[in-house]
Design a protein. Structure first.
Length: 118
């Protein structure tokens, strides 16, 4: 995809988001991905119950995204602005995990996320 009058291309935004994650990376990566804000993230990573994990997410573009974990005890629900800053939180898993990241009204751009062992 190429840049348009609306702003940078998806490829350029993905590159920016992944660079932001790489700058804060620590531990061993377990799972990662990148998606358009409009598509959101809907992941069911296979994580071990006896380990600690760090979830990192960055949104580059405009607006914000909402992050929800199921079960809710795994992590805190959060609103993350699409300003290129990396949001992080510790995950504790005792049963299968689902992560949903959905766009706020009018949000655009790219989301990159990663789960690392702690």
């Amino acid at each position: 995809m190429t840049a348009t009058a609306d702003g940078p291309s998806d490829d350029k935004l993905t590159e920016q988001a992944q660079a932001a994650l790489a700058a804060v990376h620590s531990g061993t990566m377990v799972e990662a991905g990148a998606e358009r804000v409009a598509d959101g993230v809907h992941a069911e990573p296979l994580l071990d119950a006896d380990k600690a994990y760090r979830f990192q997410l960055v949104c580059v573009g405009s607006g914000s995204v909402q992050v929800v974990f199921k079960p809710v005890s795994a992590g805190q629900k959060a609103t993350v602005p699409c300003d290129g800053a990396v949001a992080q939180q510790r995950l504790t898993v005792s049963e299968p995990l689902r992560i949903d990241v959905d766009s706020g009204k009018g949000a655009t751009g790219m989301i990159a996320w990663q789960i690392d062992t702690v």
